[in-house]
Design a protein around this ligand. Structure first.
Ligand code: F6P
Length: 341
Protein backbone atom coordinates (compact mmCIF):
# COMPACT_ATOMS: atom_id res chain seq x y z
CA UNK A 1 0.00 0.00 0.00
CA UNK A 2 1.22 3.54 -0.72
CA UNK A 3 0.09 6.15 1.77
CA UNK A 4 0.21 9.94 1.41
CA UNK A 5 0.78 12.01 4.55
CA UNK A 6 -0.03 15.71 4.99
CA UNK A 7 -0.03 18.25 7.82
CA UNK A 8 -2.52 21.14 7.64
CA UNK A 9 -3.44 24.21 9.66
CA UNK A 10 -1.21 25.98 12.16
CA UNK A 11 2.05 24.20 12.90
CA UNK A 12 2.14 22.42 16.22
CA UNK A 13 4.82 20.73 18.34
CA UNK A 14 4.55 16.98 17.79
CA UNK A 15 3.68 16.93 14.08
CA UNK A 16 7.05 15.41 13.22
CA UNK A 17 6.64 12.78 15.94
CA UNK A 18 3.38 11.65 14.28
CA UNK A 19 5.02 11.49 10.85
CA UNK A 20 7.91 9.46 12.30
CA UNK A 21 5.51 7.05 14.07
CA UNK A 22 3.51 6.53 10.88
CA UNK A 23 6.54 5.87 8.70
CA UNK A 24 8.55 3.79 11.18
CA UNK A 25 5.68 1.37 11.83
CA UNK A 26 4.27 1.52 8.30
CA UNK A 27 7.58 0.61 6.66
CA UNK A 28 9.08 -1.49 9.42
CA UNK A 29 6.11 -3.63 10.38
CA UNK A 30 3.76 -3.54 7.40
CA UNK A 31 6.08 -2.91 4.44
CA UNK A 32 4.02 0.03 3.13
CA UNK A 33 5.55 2.96 1.29
CA UNK A 34 4.87 6.64 1.88
CA UNK A 35 4.91 9.97 0.15
CA UNK A 36 4.69 13.37 1.82
CA UNK A 37 2.33 16.01 0.44
CA UNK A 38 3.62 19.53 0.99
CA UNK A 39 1.75 22.28 2.81
CA UNK A 40 -1.47 20.59 3.87
CA UNK A 41 -4.20 20.18 1.26
CA UNK A 42 -2.16 22.28 -1.21
CA UNK A 43 0.07 19.21 -1.77
CA UNK A 44 -2.60 16.85 -3.09
CA UNK A 45 -4.38 19.70 -4.91
CA UNK A 46 -1.22 20.64 -6.80
CA UNK A 47 0.55 17.27 -6.78
CA UNK A 48 3.43 18.67 -4.75
CA UNK A 49 5.21 15.81 -3.01
CA UNK A 50 8.39 14.96 -1.15
CA UNK A 51 9.91 11.53 -0.46
CA UNK A 52 8.96 10.08 2.90
CA UNK A 53 10.97 7.07 3.98
CA UNK A 54 12.87 5.92 7.07
CA UNK A 55 15.82 8.20 6.25
CA UNK A 56 13.51 11.22 5.91
CA UNK A 57 12.13 10.79 9.43
CA UNK A 58 15.46 10.20 11.16
CA UNK A 59 16.15 12.75 13.92
CA UNK A 60 12.82 14.58 13.66
CA UNK A 61 11.19 13.40 16.92
CA UNK A 62 12.17 16.45 19.03
CA UNK A 63 11.83 18.99 16.21
CA UNK A 64 8.97 21.49 16.25
CA UNK A 65 7.09 22.46 13.09
CA UNK A 66 6.57 19.95 10.32
CA UNK A 67 9.00 18.57 7.76
CA UNK A 68 6.08 18.49 5.30
CA UNK A 69 5.17 22.16 5.61
CA UNK A 70 1.67 23.35 6.38
CA UNK A 71 -0.97 25.74 5.08
CA UNK A 72 -4.59 26.63 5.60
CA UNK A 73 -5.54 25.66 2.04
CA UNK A 74 -9.14 24.52 1.82
CA UNK A 75 -9.68 21.79 -0.82
CA UNK A 76 -13.35 22.78 -0.99
CA UNK A 77 -12.56 26.41 -1.81
CA UNK A 78 -12.89 25.56 -5.51
CA UNK A 79 -15.50 23.23 -7.01
CA UNK A 80 -12.90 20.94 -8.61
CA UNK A 81 -10.84 20.54 -5.40
CA UNK A 82 -11.98 16.99 -4.48
CA UNK A 83 -11.50 15.82 -8.09
CA UNK A 84 -7.97 17.26 -8.12
CA UNK A 85 -7.13 15.41 -4.89
CA UNK A 86 -8.39 12.15 -6.41
CA UNK A 87 -6.46 12.79 -9.65
CA UNK A 88 -3.21 13.37 -7.72
CA UNK A 89 -3.77 10.14 -5.81
CA UNK A 90 -4.31 8.26 -9.07
CA UNK A 91 -1.19 9.77 -10.68
CA UNK A 92 1.06 9.16 -7.70
CA UNK A 93 -0.34 5.70 -6.99
CA UNK A 94 -1.39 6.75 -3.48
CA UNK A 95 -4.04 4.40 -2.04
CA UNK A 96 -4.87 6.32 1.12
CA UNK A 97 -4.20 9.58 2.93
CA UNK A 98 -3.28 10.30 6.52
CA UNK A 99 -4.27 13.91 7.27
CA UNK A 100 -2.84 15.44 10.44
CA UNK A 101 -4.67 18.60 11.40
CA UNK A 102 -7.23 20.49 13.42
CA UNK A 103 -10.90 21.23 12.88
CA UNK A 104 -10.44 22.69 9.37
CA UNK A 105 -8.03 20.08 7.96
CA UNK A 106 -10.02 17.22 9.46
CA UNK A 107 -13.35 18.81 8.51
CA UNK A 108 -12.12 18.75 4.91
CA UNK A 109 -10.90 15.15 5.43
CA UNK A 110 -14.38 14.15 6.62
CA UNK A 111 -15.99 15.72 3.55
CA UNK A 112 -13.46 14.10 1.21
CA UNK A 113 -14.11 10.74 2.84
CA UNK A 114 -17.85 11.25 2.29
CA UNK A 115 -16.95 11.72 -1.40
CA UNK A 116 -15.06 8.43 -1.51
CA UNK A 117 -11.46 9.43 -0.69
CA UNK A 118 -9.85 6.90 1.70
CA UNK A 119 -8.53 9.08 4.49
CA UNK A 120 -7.58 8.78 8.15
CA UNK A 121 -7.36 11.74 10.51
CA UNK A 122 -4.93 12.57 13.30
CA UNK A 123 -6.03 15.34 15.69
CA UNK A 124 -3.57 18.18 16.05
CA UNK A 125 -4.00 21.56 17.63
CA UNK A 126 -2.44 23.51 20.44
CA UNK A 127 -5.99 24.73 21.17
CA UNK A 128 -7.17 21.28 22.39
CA UNK A 129 -10.62 22.09 21.00
CA UNK A 130 -11.32 18.94 19.00
CA UNK A 131 -14.14 16.89 20.40
CA UNK A 132 -13.90 13.09 20.53
CA UNK A 133 -10.35 13.13 21.92
CA UNK A 134 -9.40 13.88 25.51
CA UNK A 135 -6.27 15.74 24.37
CA UNK A 136 -4.62 16.86 21.17
CA UNK A 137 -0.83 16.90 20.99
CA UNK A 138 0.73 20.38 21.01
CA UNK A 139 -1.58 21.55 23.78
CA UNK A 140 0.69 20.43 26.61
CA UNK A 141 3.67 22.20 25.02
CA UNK A 142 1.68 25.42 24.52
CA UNK A 143 0.45 25.35 28.13
CA UNK A 144 3.98 24.85 29.43
CA UNK A 145 5.34 27.71 27.32
CA UNK A 146 2.52 30.03 28.45
CA UNK A 147 2.92 29.00 32.09
CA UNK A 148 6.62 29.75 32.04
CA UNK A 149 5.97 33.14 30.42
CA UNK A 150 3.32 34.07 33.02
CA UNK A 151 5.64 32.98 35.84
CA UNK A 152 8.25 35.36 34.44
CA UNK A 153 5.79 38.23 34.05
CA UNK A 154 4.85 38.11 37.74
CA UNK A 155 8.18 39.70 38.68
CA UNK A 156 7.70 42.73 36.43
CA UNK A 157 4.07 43.14 37.49
CA UNK A 158 5.10 43.18 41.14
CA UNK A 159 8.28 45.26 40.83
CA UNK A 160 6.54 47.97 38.81
CA UNK A 161 3.05 47.73 40.36
CA UNK A 162 1.63 47.21 36.91
CA UNK A 163 -1.34 45.34 35.54
CA UNK A 164 -0.05 42.82 33.03
CA UNK A 165 -2.39 41.38 30.44
CA UNK A 166 -1.11 38.18 28.80
CA UNK A 167 -2.79 37.10 25.59
CA UNK A 168 -2.59 33.41 24.75
CA UNK A 169 -3.97 31.51 21.76
CA UNK A 170 -7.45 30.02 21.56
CA UNK A 171 -9.90 31.67 19.25
CA UNK A 172 -12.95 29.54 20.06
CA UNK A 173 -11.89 27.72 23.21
CA UNK A 174 -10.07 28.89 26.32
CA UNK A 175 -8.19 25.70 27.17
CA UNK A 176 -4.69 27.23 27.00
CA UNK A 177 -5.79 30.25 29.03
CA UNK A 178 -7.51 28.08 31.62
CA UNK A 179 -4.67 25.61 32.13
CA UNK A 180 -1.78 28.10 31.99
CA UNK A 181 -3.70 30.69 34.00
CA UNK A 182 -4.41 28.20 36.77
CA UNK A 183 -0.91 26.76 36.67
CA UNK A 184 0.73 30.19 36.89
CA UNK A 185 -1.64 31.80 39.38
CA UNK A 186 -3.38 34.37 37.17
CA UNK A 187 -5.71 36.81 38.92
CA UNK A 188 -8.30 36.71 36.18
CA UNK A 189 -8.73 34.33 33.23
CA UNK A 190 -10.85 35.44 30.28
CA UNK A 191 -12.01 32.87 27.74
CA UNK A 192 -14.18 32.91 24.60
CA UNK A 193 -16.82 30.67 26.20
CA UNK A 194 -17.64 33.30 28.82
CA UNK A 195 -18.02 36.95 27.62
CA UNK A 196 -16.44 39.13 30.28
CA UNK A 197 -17.70 42.07 32.27
CA UNK A 198 -15.02 44.79 32.12
CA UNK A 199 -16.32 46.34 35.36
CA UNK A 200 -15.69 43.06 37.16
CA UNK A 201 -12.25 42.71 35.59
CA UNK A 202 -11.34 46.20 36.87
CA UNK A 203 -12.71 45.33 40.30
CA UNK A 204 -10.45 42.23 40.40
CA UNK A 205 -7.53 44.47 39.45
CA UNK A 206 -8.19 46.84 42.35
CA UNK A 207 -8.77 43.95 44.74
CA UNK A 208 -5.39 42.57 43.81
CA UNK A 209 -3.61 45.88 44.39
CA UNK A 210 -5.40 46.15 47.75
CA UNK A 211 -3.56 43.02 48.88
CA UNK A 212 -0.20 44.51 47.76
CA UNK A 213 0.19 42.27 44.78
CA UNK A 214 0.07 43.21 41.10
CA UNK A 215 -2.52 41.56 38.90
CA UNK A 216 -1.89 39.31 35.92
CA UNK A 217 -4.80 38.84 33.55
CA UNK A 218 -4.62 35.88 31.18
CA UNK A 219 -6.86 36.35 28.17
CA UNK A 220 -7.53 33.94 25.31
CA UNK A 221 -7.26 35.72 21.97
CA UNK A 222 -10.92 34.91 21.19
CA UNK A 223 -12.33 36.28 24.47
CA UNK A 224 -14.93 39.01 24.03
CA UNK A 225 -16.60 41.52 26.32
CA UNK A 226 -20.31 41.28 27.06
CA UNK A 227 -22.00 42.85 24.02
CA UNK A 228 -22.12 46.63 24.08
CA UNK A 229 -19.74 47.11 27.04
CA UNK A 230 -16.49 47.68 25.11
CA UNK A 231 -15.51 48.49 21.50
CA UNK A 232 -14.01 45.56 19.53
CA UNK A 233 -12.66 45.60 15.98
CA UNK A 234 -13.71 43.17 13.23
CA UNK A 235 -10.91 41.44 11.31
CA UNK A 236 -10.69 39.95 7.81
CA UNK A 237 -11.46 36.27 7.10
CA UNK A 238 -9.05 33.41 6.25
CA UNK A 239 -9.64 30.55 3.74
CA UNK A 240 -11.84 28.65 6.20
CA UNK A 241 -13.87 31.75 7.08
CA UNK A 242 -12.24 32.46 10.46
CA UNK A 243 -11.83 36.06 11.53
CA UNK A 244 -8.20 37.13 11.99
CA UNK A 245 -8.32 38.33 15.57
CA UNK A 246 -7.45 41.92 16.36
CA UNK A 247 -5.67 41.96 19.69
CA UNK A 248 -8.01 41.74 22.67
CA UNK A 249 -5.09 42.30 25.06
CA UNK A 250 -4.29 45.74 23.68
CA UNK A 251 -7.97 46.70 23.93
CA UNK A 252 -7.94 45.54 27.54
CA UNK A 253 -4.74 47.44 28.18
CA UNK A 254 -6.36 50.71 27.07
CA UNK A 255 -9.65 50.01 28.82
CA UNK A 256 -8.14 49.00 32.18
CA UNK A 257 -5.70 51.92 32.16
CA UNK A 258 -8.56 54.31 31.34
CA UNK A 259 -10.92 52.95 33.99
CA UNK A 260 -8.50 52.35 36.88
CA UNK A 261 -5.63 54.77 36.16
CA UNK A 262 -3.22 51.87 36.78
CA UNK A 263 -0.26 51.37 34.49
CA UNK A 264 -1.25 48.46 32.30
CA UNK A 265 0.81 46.56 29.70
CA UNK A 266 -0.11 43.82 27.27
CA UNK A 267 2.07 40.87 26.24
CA UNK A 268 1.00 38.74 23.29
CA UNK A 269 2.64 35.31 23.37
CA UNK A 270 1.52 34.52 19.81
CA UNK A 271 3.38 31.93 17.80
CA UNK A 272 5.96 31.37 20.54
CA UNK A 273 3.32 28.99 21.96
CA UNK A 274 3.50 26.80 18.85
CA UNK A 275 7.24 26.89 18.39
CA UNK A 276 10.14 24.70 19.36
CA UNK A 277 10.46 21.25 20.76
CA UNK A 278 7.42 19.33 22.05
CA UNK A 279 7.14 18.29 25.69
CA UNK A 280 7.65 14.62 26.54
CA UNK A 281 3.86 14.21 26.86
CA UNK A 282 3.27 15.61 23.38
CA UNK A 283 6.02 13.44 21.86
CA UNK A 284 4.47 10.39 23.52
CA UNK A 285 0.92 11.24 22.42
CA UNK A 286 1.91 12.23 18.89
CA UNK A 287 3.99 9.08 18.44
CA UNK A 288 1.11 6.89 19.61
CA UNK A 289 -1.32 8.70 17.29
CA UNK A 290 1.06 8.00 14.39
CA UNK A 291 1.30 4.30 15.26
CA UNK A 292 -2.48 3.94 15.51
CA UNK A 293 -3.16 5.95 12.35
CA UNK A 294 -1.01 3.64 10.26
CA UNK A 295 -2.75 0.64 11.87
CA UNK A 296 -6.08 2.06 10.70
CA UNK A 297 -4.71 2.54 7.16
CA UNK A 298 -3.34 -1.00 7.17
CA UNK A 299 -6.75 -2.32 8.28
CA UNK A 300 -8.51 -0.31 5.53
CA UNK A 301 -10.53 1.43 8.24
CA UNK A 302 -11.02 4.81 6.55
CA UNK A 303 -13.07 7.82 7.61
CA UNK A 304 -11.82 7.57 11.17
CA UNK A 305 -9.74 9.75 13.45
CA UNK A 306 -7.46 8.39 16.15
CA UNK A 307 -8.37 9.72 19.57
CA UNK A 308 -7.11 9.55 23.12
CA UNK A 309 -9.63 8.20 25.62
CA UNK A 310 -8.05 7.96 29.03
CA UNK A 311 -4.81 6.17 28.20
CA UNK A 312 -6.20 4.26 25.22
CA UNK A 313 -5.92 5.38 21.60
CA UNK A 314 -9.16 4.51 19.81
CA UNK A 315 -10.76 5.20 16.43
CA UNK A 316 -13.76 7.49 16.10
CA UNK A 317 -15.68 8.49 12.96
CA UNK A 318 -14.15 11.62 11.42
CA UNK A 319 -17.57 13.16 10.94
CA UNK A 320 -18.30 12.82 14.65
CA UNK A 321 -14.88 14.17 15.66
CA UNK A 322 -15.18 17.33 13.60
CA UNK A 323 -18.88 17.99 14.13
CA UNK A 324 -18.57 20.04 17.27
CA UNK A 325 -15.81 22.04 18.99
CA UNK A 326 -14.76 21.03 22.48
CA UNK A 327 -15.05 24.13 24.63
CA UNK A 328 -14.33 24.76 28.31
CA UNK A 329 -17.31 23.62 30.40
CA UNK A 330 -18.78 25.89 33.03
CA UNK A 331 -17.69 23.74 35.98
CA UNK A 332 -14.00 23.94 35.06
CA UNK A 333 -14.17 27.72 34.70
CA UNK A 334 -15.85 27.92 38.10
CA UNK A 335 -12.88 26.09 39.62
CA UNK A 336 -10.54 28.76 38.23
CA UNK A 337 -12.81 31.59 39.45
CA UNK A 338 -12.01 30.69 43.05
CA UNK A 339 -8.63 32.40 42.52
CA UNK A 340 -9.85 35.57 40.77
CA UNK A 341 -9.07 38.94 42.31
O1 F6P B 1 -5.28 26.63 15.57
C1 F6P B 1 -4.06 26.90 16.11
C2 F6P B 1 -3.83 28.39 16.25
O2 F6P B 1 -2.54 28.59 16.79
C3 F6P B 1 -4.88 29.15 17.04
O3 F6P B 1 -4.70 29.11 18.42
C4 F6P B 1 -4.72 30.53 16.49
O4 F6P B 1 -5.93 31.26 16.61
C5 F6P B 1 -4.40 30.31 15.06
O5 F6P B 1 -3.84 29.01 14.97
C6 F6P B 1 -3.46 31.33 14.48
O6 F6P B 1 -3.27 31.02 13.16
P1 F6P B 1 -2.20 31.73 12.22
O7 F6P B 1 -0.85 31.28 12.64
O8 F6P B 1 -2.55 31.24 10.86
O9 F6P B 1 -2.39 33.19 12.39
Amino acid sequence: MKIGVLTGGGDCPGLNAVIRGVVRKGVGLYGHSFVGFRDGWRGPLENDTIPLDIAAVRGILPRGGTILGSSRTNPFASADGPARVRETMRRTGVDALIAIGGEDTLGAAARLHAEGVPVIGVPKTIDNDLSATDYTFGFDTAVNIATEAIDRLHTTAESHHRVLVVEVMGRHAGWIALHSGMAAGANVILIPERPFDIDKVCAFVEQRFATSYAPIIVVAEGATPIAGTMMVKEGELDAFGHVRLQGISSLLETEIRGRTGRETRATVLGHVQRGGTPTAFDRWLATRFGLHAVDAAHDGDFGVMVALHGTRVERVPLAEATGELKTVPEHLYEEAEVFFG
